[in-house]
Write a protein that binds this ligand. Structure first.
Ligand code: CAA
Length: 282
């Protein structure tokens, strides 16, 4: 089945980035969220980026207009009826995702692929909540989506080869490199990246160095583009904590215990860039 129309569920940081790269590659994209204002905000972010790209001569006005035309606002899953693919990038909450997938499987046609951008939850469990688990797959993007080259293709135990192949092909068409990953807590990147961030938070909590010094150390000593604490703020401290808990519970291994300071910041509502306060102030 040729993929032409795609619904992206969730128009936050990840969802709008995913919608942007798909629309730029020529796909018709339903940008879906629970409220119109959320959808408008997600689309406005893409429009602002397109305006900047035109002003800098990186895109022609025609191309930018075409990308805008490819974006269709939606607050109704029924719009996915004629889509060949749905990519869910909603809140990282198990119960919400299970509910969304159950509904999507009922609304969409038999062959529609149902992908989730989950950063750590079990694809196998999400697939099992639907009536056609073989069409469910993980398609995990990285933030900022238009810049980061990787897509982790996470197969549930039930995912069929045709579904994985279609997602691999799509990833190539939108200029990403995909890697096949076994369904396992945190997949590959977050299993390695988030414990590193967690360790940086332990170091900060123990007074090893200041946030600025820890970040500078990792930038200069390990050539990371961004220090781990700045990256934690960028990802969202609630997301970092949620991923640590998935690793901790998924592996039943204490080496994944979240840093107490990470928990405290999340309790305080200091979630990073999105709340203007995390390890840094914005
Ligand atoms: N759309 C299109 N292009 C964008 C963009 C967007 N939304 N945001 C940034 N860019 C482009 C800029 O236009 C710029 O392009 P040019 O060089 O052609 O001008 C380029 O990206 C670099 O942007 P900036 O100059 O603004 O910033 P920078 O050079 O400081 O890089 C960064 C910023 C790309 C974020 C870099 O610091 C970086 O790579 N940081 C690490 C990010 C990372 O690790 N991400 C993974 C997080 S984990 C995750 O996402 C998974 C999860 O499940 C939690």
């Amino acid at each position: 089945m040729k993929i032409e129309k795609i619904m992206v569920i969730g128009s936050g940081q990840m969802g709008s980035g995913i919608a942007q790269v798909l629309a730029e590659a020529g796909y018709t994209v339903y940008v879906n969220d629970i409220k119109e204002e959320f959808v408008e905000k997600g689309i406005a972010k893409i429009h602002a980026w397109l305006d900047k790209a035109v002003a800098r001569g990186r895109r022609t006005q025609e191309v930018a207009d075409q990308v805008r035309n490819n974006l269709i606002p939606s607050t109704d899953y029924q719009d996915a009826k004629d889509a060949q693919l749905v990519i869910e990038a909603a809140t990282e909450n198990r119960d919400i995702k299970l509910q969304i997938f159950k509904q999507l499987a009922e609304i969409t046609s038999e062959g529609t692929i149902l992908a989730t951008n989950t950063s750590s939850l079990s694809i196998t469990e999400i697939a099992a909540a639907t009536s056609r688990p073989e069409k469910v797959i993980g398609m995990h993007f990285f933030n900022p989506v238009p810049v980061m080259k990787l897509v982790e293709i996470n197969r549930g135990i039930q995912t069929d080869d045709a579904t994985a192949e279609a997602i691999k092909e799509l990833s190539e068409k939108i200029g990403k490199t995909s890697i096949d990953i076994k369904d396992s807590p945190g997949f590959a990147v977050n299993r390695i990246l988030i414990p590193m961030i967690n360790e940086a938070i332990f170091a900060l909590g123990e007074g090893v160095a200041t946030a600025e010094e820890i970040d500078e150390a990792m930038k200069l000593g390990a050539n990371h583009p961004m220090g781990p604490l700045a990256l934690a703020d960028y990802i969202g401290l609630d997301t970092c904590l949620a991923i640590m808990l998935v690793l901790y519970n998924g592996f039943n291994d204490s080496k994944y215990r979240p840093a107490p300071l990470l928990k405290k910041y999340v309790e305080a509502g200091w979630l990073g860039k999105k709340t203007n306060r995390g390890f840094y102030s914005y």
